[in-house]
Ligand binder design. Structure first.
Ligand code: ATP
Length: 315
């Protein structure tokens, strides 16, 4: 079912296609000409350090902030098209709903704002409370909820209009590990229904587990974009460890070939193990015992640190 739903949606073109987005707050450029595509039916992770411009980007798409310059489309309509916004769900960062409302009332209130017909609201609210594991808490006030429970209600209200695309700004912020796993499952569930899910996050390990596509934003610019597999493959390397430090003559030869040697560790940046073979031959030929050979996999966090750090150093 998921395959069929996502195939149909991909045929419609990207869910979000930002050709050019710039936002200045006074003299400060928060988004410096961003281009970005979000495939339909995917979970898309927008990553970046604090202040990178992630929330500004989402708020620009939702017309909560007015972009300085914007070209592109969302769900096939120009960005900012009012009617299209009724097909969108949103959980803001640090969402705060009134403490005196119950979870059911918060969802009902959002349903009203989203123009959900009254006759449908009751049944839909009950279904959403069930879905986010809050059925038994629906009639208790938010003031009595934990942070994780509030986020669940926040997710439920974001789905109340059965949106085609859902924007979740830091959805697991302040939620404990168990709650985060639950939220991740809910995000996967949204995708399985064929919705596009746009997640803003600085929690890279988490995004790595759930996102199909990611973009890394820093200082208002997209600096990397691709599937999680593409990004993490890019930094693959192999490590060979010898028993004791690599002898100086061997070391000099390896360094001449552009390899990095640190004590007993030889590092090869390579997509596959082919270049490792001559190194093994060289060590064996010189009688240097090998302790370990391993493929070092990079996480999204490693890639993120490399690109963000790399840019800081270059600046
Ligand atoms: N209303 C505003 N007026 C002036 N500057 C703003 C405003 N909103 C955001 N900024 C600035 O724009 C930059 C980007 O902010 P934004 O909230 O979009 O970043 P972010 O990536 O979502 O970060 P965080 O994860 O910390 O929320 C920051 O430097 C922020 O201080």
């Amino acid at each position: 079912m998921r395959l069929l739903a996502s195939t149909l949606r991909i045929m419609d073109g990207p869910a979000v296609d930002i050709e050019y987005l710039r936002k200045r707050y006074g003299g400060f450029e928060a988004l410096a000409g961003v281009a970005l595509q979000v495939p339909r039916g995917s979970v898309f992770g927008l990553l970046g350090p604090n202040g990178a411009g992630k929330s500004t980007l989402v708020k620009s798409l939702l017309t909560i902030v007015r972009p300085s310059e914007c070209r592109g489309s969302m769900l096939g309509q120009p960005i900012g098209h009012r009617k299209t916004l009724s097909r969108v769900g949103y959980l803001p960062e640090h969402a705060r709903f009134p403490e005196y409302l119950t979870g059911r009332e918060v969802i009902g209130y959002s349903a009203g704002l989203a123009g959900v017909p009254r006759g449908t609201t009751r049944e839909r609210t009950a279904r959403l409370l069930e879905r986010v594991g809050m059925a038994e808490w629906g009639d208790k006030k938010l003031g009595t909820y934990s942070k994780g429970m509030r986020q669940r209600v926040g997710l439920a209200q974001a789905l109340v209009n059965e949106p085609d695309i859902v924007f979740l700004d830091e959805p697991t912020d302040g939620v404990d590990p168990g709650g985060r796993i639950e939220i991740r499952k809910m995000i996967e569930g949204m995708r399985d229904e064929g919705r596009t899910v746009f997640v803003n996050s600085h929690l890279l390990a988490e995004v790595e587990q759930v996102a199909d596509h990611v973009a890394i934003l820093a200082n208002g610019r997209v600096i990397e974009t691709g599937t999680v597999a593409e990004l993490t493959r890019r930094g693959r390397r192999y490590e060979v460890r010898t028993m004791g430090p690599v002898p100086p003559t061997i070391r000099a030869g390896l360094e001449r070939e552009g390899l990095e040697v640190k004590g007993d560790l030889i590092i090869l940046d390579a997509d596959d193990a082919t270049p490792v073979q001559p190194v093994i031959d060289l060590l064996r030929g010189a009688g240097v015992p090998i302790r370990e050979i391993r493929e070092a996999k990079f996480s999204l966090e490693d890639i993120f640190l490399q690109v963000v750090q790399g840019r800081k150093e270059a600046a």
